[in-house]
Design a protein around this ligand. Structure first.
Ligand SMILES: CCCCCCCCCCCCCC(=O)SCCNC(=O)CCNC(=O)[C@H](O)C(C)(C)COP(=O)(O)OP(=O)(O)OC[C@H]1O[C@@H](n2cnc3c(N)ncnc32)[C@H](O)[C@@H]1OP(=O)(O)O
Length: 236
C-alpha cells in the first residue's frame, strides 16, 4: 500500500480529491497470458499511478503523443500478482519475457519498492535513432544527502536506461563499465529526463551514453558513458 506521506510529498494535490479532467491512461489490470493461472493479474507499471506528480504526467502525455506516428514506443514493464507469488517480469519490446527468474521472489530492482516510494518511471524508445528516454520520479525512500536523491539510485536509473538502449539495439548484454559525472543534485520527488543513445557498436561491444536533465532542460544533473558487452549466445 502507498503511504500517504509519500503521496503527499511526490504528488501534492492528489489527496485533495480525485481528478476530474479527461481520463489519462492509467495502470490497469489486464488478462494474464495463457500460461498463468486465471487468478493472476497483470499490471503494467510504466503507466501513471496516483503518486505521479503533475510534471511526470505531463511528460508522459508528451511522449505518448510521440508514439502516435510509430517513431517512439512506450516500453511496458509488467508485474504479475497471484495469491502464491508476486513477480515483476521484464519484457523486450517484442513482448518476449527477458528470462525466467531463478527465484519466485526475484524482482527487477527498480520495480521492487512500493508505489510512489521508490523508482517511478516510464521508458520510451526510438528504433530509428537508437535512443531511449526515461522519465523518472525518485521517491522518498531514495534519499541520499538530505532532500536529494542518492547517487546509487541515480546510477540505477541511468544503468537501466542505458541497458534498455543497448539491449534494444544489440540483444542481451551486461554493463561492463559505467562512468558517471554527478553535476547537480536531484531534489527528492522531482522529475528528471534521462536521454540515452547508442553511440557505437564494435563487435560484441555496445557503447552508449546518457544525460539526466531537469524537466525544463535548464539543469544538467548528470552525464554518463557506458560499455555494454553482448553475452555469448551460449550464456544467454
Ligand atoms: C529491451 C527492453 C527490455 C529489457 C529490460 C531489461 C532490464 C533493464 C536493463 C537493466 C540493465 C542493468 C544491467 C546491469 O546492471 S548488468 C549487472 C552489472 N554487470 C555485471 O555484473 C557484468 C559483470 N561482467 C561480466 O559478466 C563480464 O565482464 C562481461 C559479460 C561484461 C564481459 O565478459 P566476456 O567474457 O563476455 O567478454 P570479454 O572479457 O571477452 O570482453 C569482450 C570485449 O569487451 C571488452 N571489455 C570487457 N569489459 C570491459 C571493461 N570493463 N572496460 C572496457 N572494455 C571491456 C574487452 O576488452 C573485449 O574487447 P575486445 O578485446 O574484444 O576489443
Amino acid at each position: 500500500m502507498l503511504r500517504s506521506g509519500a503521496l503527499r510529498l511526490c504528488a501534492p494535490g492528489v489527496l485533495r480529491g480525485p481528478r476530474r479532467s479527461a481520463a489519462p491512461p492509467t495502470r490497469e489490470s489486464r488478462p494474464p497470458p495463457r500460461s498463468f493461472a486465471s487468478e493472476v493479474i497483470r499490471v503494467d507499471l510504466s503507466l501513471p499511478n496516483p503518486s505521479w506528480s503533475k510534471d511526470m504526467r505531463l511528460l508522459f502525455d508528451q511522449f505518448m503523443k510521440k508514439t502516435e506516428d510509430g517513431s517512439w514506443k512506450r516500453l511496458p514493464s509488467y508485474k504479475y500478482v497471484s495469491p502464491q507469488r508476486t513477480e515483476v517480469k521484464t519484457f523486450f519490446p517484442d513482448g518476449k519475457p527477458v528470462k525466467e527468474d531463478h527465484m519466485p521472489q526475484a524482482q527487477l530492482f527498480p520495480r521492487s519498492l512500493e508505489e510512489g516510494l521508490g523508482f517511478e518511471y516510464a521508458m520510451f524508445h526510438n528504433h530509428v535513432e537508437n535512443r531511449t528516454v526515461c522519465i523518472f520520479q525518485g521517491g522518498p525512500y531514495l534519499q541520499g544527502a538530505s532532500g536529494f536523491l542518492h547517487g546509487g539510485a541515480i546510477a540505477t536509473m541511468m544503468d537501466s536506461t542505458l541497458g534498455v538502449c543497448a539491449l534494444t539495439a544489440g540483444g542481451v548484454a551486461m554493463t561492463a563499465n559505467l562512468n558517471i559525472n554527478f553535476r547537480r543534485p536531484i531534489p527528492l520527488c522531482s522529475v528528471v529526463v534521462i536521454n540515452s543513445q547508442l553511440d557505437k557498436v564494435e563487435g560484441r561491444k555496445l557503447f552508449v551514453s546518457c544525460n539526466v536533465q531537469s524537466v525544463d532542460g535548464k539543469t544538467l544533473h548528470s552525464k554518463a558513458t557506458s560499455l555494454f558487452v553482448k553475452l555469448n549466445p551460449k550464456e544467454v
